[in-house]
Structures are given as C-alpha cells and as structure tokens.
Design a protein around this ligand. Structure first.
Ligand code: BGC
Length: 340
C-alpha cells in the first residue's frame, strides 16, 4: 500500500467514525429529549393547549413555562410554549391567531393591551369557540374565561409603600416601566403612584419605557441620570428593568446613594440584592401561574367551575429576606410546588 493510499484509508476510517458518533448522538437526542410534537402525540393526549408569552427566552417566562409543563405532565395534556423569541406584539398576536386556527383546545396568554388583545381574545373565544385564560397580565374587559397572576395594581402599591419606608419618605424617583401600553405595567405604575401620593417628600421626576429590553432599560437609566442629577431612587416595573438600572448605577459608582426597587427574583436580581445594589424587589409567582393556568384549563375542559380571577401571592423582599425565600423555595420544591 502506497503512503498516499494509506493516508486516504486512515482518513476514510476517521470520517466514518465521526459520522457514526454524530448519528448516535443525534439519534439518541431525538429518541430521548427533543421528541417533536407529532400529530400522533397531540391526538393521543387528552387536550392540546398553547401558552403564548410575550418573550420566549425571558428567564421569567421560562419559569412560567416550567410550571405549565409540570402541570401538563401531571394531567396528561400537551402544552406547547410558543411565541416571539424577543418581545414583539405583532408576532405575539399572530401566534395566538395561528393557534386558534390550528384548533387547539385552549389558549393561555397575556392580555397585554386592550386595544390589540381584547378584540383578538374575543374572536378566539366567540368565533373559534376556544377558551382563553389570561396569565400574568389581564385583559379584564375581554371575553377571556379567567385570569391567573399577580394583582398588578396591588404589587405596584406594595412597591410604593416599600420605597417610602426604605427612603424614610424622602426621594426623587425615576420609573422605568416595561411598556406604557401594557395593562400590567400601567397598573404597576398606577398602584405605585397612589401609594406615594400622600408622601410629601417623594417626587416622581421621570418615567421612561424599556420595552422589556435590557439594553433599552440601561440606556434609559443612563439618560435619566444625565438629565436629572437629583434622582436618588429608581423603580423598575418589569423583571429586567431593576437589573439593568443596577448595572448603570454601578457603572456610575452611585450604588451607595441610589435606592433601587425592582420586580421579580431572577438570579441576577438576587445577586444584586446580596451586593446591596438593588434594595428591594417585588416577588411574583411565575411557576405557580404556569402550573395553575394549565390546571384551570383542564378543569374547564371537564366542565368544572373555575374562578374568574386567581391572584397569586405577591410580596416585597429585601436582602434580609433572602434566606427565607431560599427556604420557601426548597419546601415548595419538595412538595412539587403546588398541590393538586
Ligand atoms: C412581567 C412580565 C414581563 C417580564 C419582562 C415581569 O415582571 O410580569 O409580564 O414579560 O417582567 O421581563
């Protein structure tokens, strides 16, 4: 055998082994994890629901998904988690419409803005005959069957009261809200404003919109500090706002004189609470919302009575409460988060 043939021969064997390992790896993946939802798996399941969030890859929504998938497994239903990868209203609406056209048994989604979501929700319920449960954000005037999630006005009110207590009633506040048009964000701002209304020393000096984007929230925080040097407190009304404000405040080395209250307890929020850059945060229950929404939809299919509003728990926590939060999570984990 010439040297050239020998090299070609060895190369051939090498390529063969590589392609075998790829075949084994992907074959295993298909049979174990990534089983696509074929027509058959959907037909065999009791019901087929979709959960459409405003942003698929948002850590907050991944927790909602986790709860919903756990319930789906428990009740033997198919749950598809579909929607825009990054917040995009048109894509969000289109996904709901397409799910209805595909004749799913139930749609779980947010009722973001009355103008855009209410007519669509009404059409899905009345024309397609498919029940809709709103989650996280309610479109209370729509024909949705039920809502599960935070009482967003109350959550905003709690944030306002916490800010008064922590700043001894004296602060120049800037608000960064996820959206000026989404129902839950409007409620979170309204509740906050009502709570601080009577506190003479609290002044709201700026309010900007992050469109639930980290970058935009940071840009807005930066711009606010440039334009309003008197600002010494921030209120971020959606999960990524507080984290982004904290980044800017650290960059400006103002973490010791600027107070921040945010929303949710994502890992980065916890790290910031521990460091003291974020001072307080409003805790929501995304896992419970997801689990509860699927449970309610199953009960609806079985013609059981379901309440029209289920408010999940909300509270404000600070650094000193982190060990309790950890403890509660461990216990919830042991009980599989939610009883049947
Ligand atoms: C809200 C979600 C939103 C998320 C954005 C949460 O606080 O409840 O509706 O999508 O923040 O990061």
């Amino acid at each position: 055998m010439s040297r050239l043939t020998k090299t070609a021969y060895i190369l051939g064997i090498f390529c063969f082994l590589i392609s075998c390992s790829f075949a084994i790896f992907y074959g295993y993946k298909i049979f174990t994890h990534d089983v696509p939802k074929t027509k058959k798996t959907i037909e065999e399941a009791r019901y087929h629901f979709v959960l459409v969030p405003e942003e698929l890859d948002n850590e907050y929504w991944r927790l909602v998904e986790k709860g919903a998938k756990a319930a789906a497994k428990h009740y033997g239903v198919v749950l598809e988690y579909v929607g825009p990868k990054q917040a995009n209203i048109d894509e969000h609406l289109k996904t709901i419409e397409m799910s209805a056209a595909a004749k799913v048994d139930g749609v779980i989604t947010q009722g973001l803005s009355n103008k855009q979501f209410t007519p669509l929700i009404n059409r899905v319920v009345s024309s397609y005959g498919i029940p809709v449960i709103t989650i996280d954000t309610d479109a209370a005037n729509s024909h949705r069957i039920a809502y599960i999630g935070t009482d967003n006005y109350h959550a905003g009110y709690l944030a306002g009261k916490a800010l008064i207590a922590d700043t001894k009633g004296k602060a120049n506040v800037a608000i960064i809200t996820g959206s000026f048009y989404a129902n839950h964000m409007i409620q979170r701002v309204k509740g906050f404003k009502d709570a601080v209304k009577k506190a003479k020393g609290i002044h709201i000096v700026a309010i900007e919109e992050s469109q639930i984007s980290r970058i935009r929230a940071a840009e807005k925080a930066y711009q606010i500090l440039q334009e309003h040097p008197e600002v010494n407190a921030f209120y971020g009304t959606s999960a990524l706002d507080g984290i982004s404000i904290a980044k800017v405040v650290e960059l400006k080395k103002r973490e010791h004189d600027i107070y921040i209250i945010g929303f949710d307890v994502l890992p980065e929020t916890i790290a910031n609470l521990q460091k003291g850059t974020i001072n307080a945060t409003v805790v929501q229950q995304p896992y419970e919302m997801g689990y509860g929404s699927v449970k309610m939809m199953v009960e609806l299919m079985e013609k059981k009575h379901i309440p029209s509003i289920v408010h999940t728990e909300t509270q404000v926590i600070r650094k000193k409460d982190l060990s309790d939060l950890h403890q509660n999570r461990m216990e919830a984990g042991k009980k599989n988060a939610i009883p049947n």
